[in-house]
Design a protein around this ligand. Sequence first.
Ligand code: FES
Length: 116
Amino acid sequence: MASRRARASRPLASVARQSITTIEGLGNAGGLHPVQQRGIDEDVPQCGYCQAGQIMMAVSLLKTTANPSDEQIVEAMSGNLCRCGTCLRIRRAVSAQPRPQPSLRTGIHSSDRGAR
Ligand code: FES
């Protein structure tokens, strides 16, 4: 929908005659949308069930807030539950903050420890 985010569970009549972008409308033949690529770079997806909604909400947030705070990210992504517990990785993928370095011994990002 033009400049506004909406959940896919809305009645179809509520979006009649409006332009709608879905996950399939991101990116192009040349590559993924930057938010999709960040999700891959941060190893966000587990089962993938929540990813379409998470990515569309992130794209919507970043259109209006180029450098969101953690609180803004949490607020914008609320309502999109990830049963796989990837919330910290989702937040990191949306954030413009530098990525933490993985531990050489475990390969686990230091910010992931004890956070699930
Ligand atoms: S990746 Fe499985 S529900 Fe989010």
